[in-house]
Design a protein around this ligand. Structure first.
Ligand code: SF4
Ligand code: SF4
Length: 448
């Protein structure tokens, strides 16, 4: 018998997959009566409002202008009337200046959305400019402006593009469904990225728990005559993290504190690839995305195509509401997602899923002292010693924690998942990093 050894990385964990919605096709949501579109949905400088209360807008009209290179514009996701431009609750915490649009239900589209059949004839600079104007930011969750990622410096040529269809987070299935239902659009987007970067090879990375997606993408690659390779990876969390994906696909190791471009690689999510095609060929800004709404606390889990700015409460209403057992609401998956304190927060560009855990699943056990079992060390995909770093952070020895790799922590939660003492690692790592950055800023200000 031939045993297939799919690619993987060292460390990692195997949480229950709970992919409840893997077989459910994407449904168009009934548009909400009101959307709340934050002007900060990406890493970098927030957009500045270019609309006023009372303005009539159509789908795709620009409502926020990018401020600086590391920034992207925002666009109306429904047609209607601007009711407010004011700070509103944001799923990443606090309040952020947002544009509130009352939906007129007409679904009118901006006249600026004129398709361009000749998009592959455009120059790399023109393509990058269209991607920026469309407001694209990474849709895998990190939301880094896409045009910036597609502008590596001349001394860092990219020879390998990796399209990330791993979707290793439990529960989430939006990327899986995109690969099954939109393989041609994804590959058309990949073609644009390859043209911009001029890279030699492209891998499409998919975990082996999605054999139908591997098969669909392989068929679409063959039918389109693309020179891309669909690679199956062993299902293990966090296979979809950039550095782990690069190591498993190419054998290259991104250096400590480095970026994928340091080893000639670039990673883009499958959803971003599809959005790139829409931006350059259809001239369609990023105004909607697929969101998996799932978990034991949701009555009828679904994959929904949703206008950006849709409040979570509207998602739940479309899924039959929350069950009486609903506990914690998380934006993203349960391993790296962000707990929410309100269902008023809106879907943003990086919202791949909304998971509602049951009350029992939401309970956080009280932590105990470390018993020195080293399970966290075995699980860490970054080859750190998490128990040591968390001890240094607890003792406020932030400089030493940095020396031991605190800033290399990708906050994947593997250490906390295996720790029998219930130590809240990710919380401590985030706190430690915040203190390191604060101290470095203060030291910089003093020496200036
Ligand atoms: S959260 Fe950080 S320290 Fe813990 S396993 Fe992940 S990378 Fe390692
Ligand atoms: S897994 Fe938990 S108990 Fe074990 S060494 Fe790490 S911190 Fe200590």
């Amino acid at each position: 018998m031939r045993i297939l050894q799919h690619r993987t990385f060292s460390g990692g964990v195997h949480p229950p997959q709970n992919k409840l919605t893997a077989r459910l096709p994407i449904e168009d949501i009934v548009p909400p009566p009101m959307v709340v579109i934050p002007l900060q949905q990406h890493l970098g400088a927030p957009a500045e409002p270019v609309c006023q209360v009372g303005d009539m807008v159509k789908i795709g009209d620009k409502i926020g202008e990018a401020k600086g290179f590391v920034s992207v514009p925002c666009h109306a996701s429904v047609s209607g009337t601007v009711k407010a431009v004011e700070p509103r609750l944001h799923p990443l915490g606090g309040k952020v200046l947002s544009v509130v649009i009352e939906n007129d239900g007409k679904g009118e589209v901006s006249p600026s959305l004129v398709p361009d059949d000749g998009y592959l004839e455009r120059s790399p600079d023109e393509l990058r400019s269209r991607i920026r104007e469309a407001g694209l930011a990474g849709m895998g969750g990190a939301a880094f402006p896409t045009h910036v990622k597609l502008s590596p410096p001349a001394n860092k040529p990219i020879d390998t593009l990796i399209i990330n269809g791993a979707e290793c987070e439990p529960y989430l299935t939006s990327d899986h469904r995109l690969m099954l239902e939109h393989p041609r659009e994804i590959l058309a987007g990949v073609q644009v990225i390859v043209k911009i970067l001029g890279c030699k090879r492209c891998f499409i990375a998919i975990e082996d728990n999605k054999p139908d997606a591997i098969e669909t993408m392989r068929r679409a690659v063959a039918e389109g005559g693309y020179p891309y390779q669909v690679l199956p990876f062993r299902a293990k969390y966090p296979q979809g993290a950039e550095k782990q994906l690069i190591k498993a696909a190419t054998g290259r190791e991104v250096p400590r504190g480095g970026l994928p471009m340091d080893v000639g690689c670039l990673v883009h999510n499958v959803g971003t690839a599809k959005a790139i095609y829409e931006a350059v060929a259809l001239r369609k800004p990023l105004v909607e995305r697929v969101v998996t709404v799932t978990g034991a606390g949701v009555r009828s889990p679904k994959n929904l195509r949703v206008p950006l700015g849709t409040p979570f409460a509207h998602l739940f209403a479309q899924c039959g509401g929350l069950s009486e057992d609903a506990g914690k609401i998380i934006m993203g998956g349960p391993m790296m997602g962000i707990a929410q304190f309100s269902d008023e927060v809106p879907v943003i560009k990086g919202t791949s899923g909304v998971v509602v855990l049951s009350k029992a699943e939401s309970k956080v056990p009280a932590p105990h002292p470390c018993i020195g079992c080293a399970r966290c060390v075995d699980a860490c995909p970054m080859k750190l010693v998490p128990t040591h770093i968390q001890t240094l952070v607890r003792h406020e020895r932030f400089g030493m924690a940095k020396t031991y790799g605190l800033l290399d922590c990708i906050e994947c939660g593997c250490c906390g998942f295996v720790c029998p003492a219930g130590i809240p690692f990710v919380h401590l790592m985030k706190y430690g990093k915040m203190k390191v950055y604060q101290l470095e800023r203060a030291a910089g200000a003093k020496s200036a």
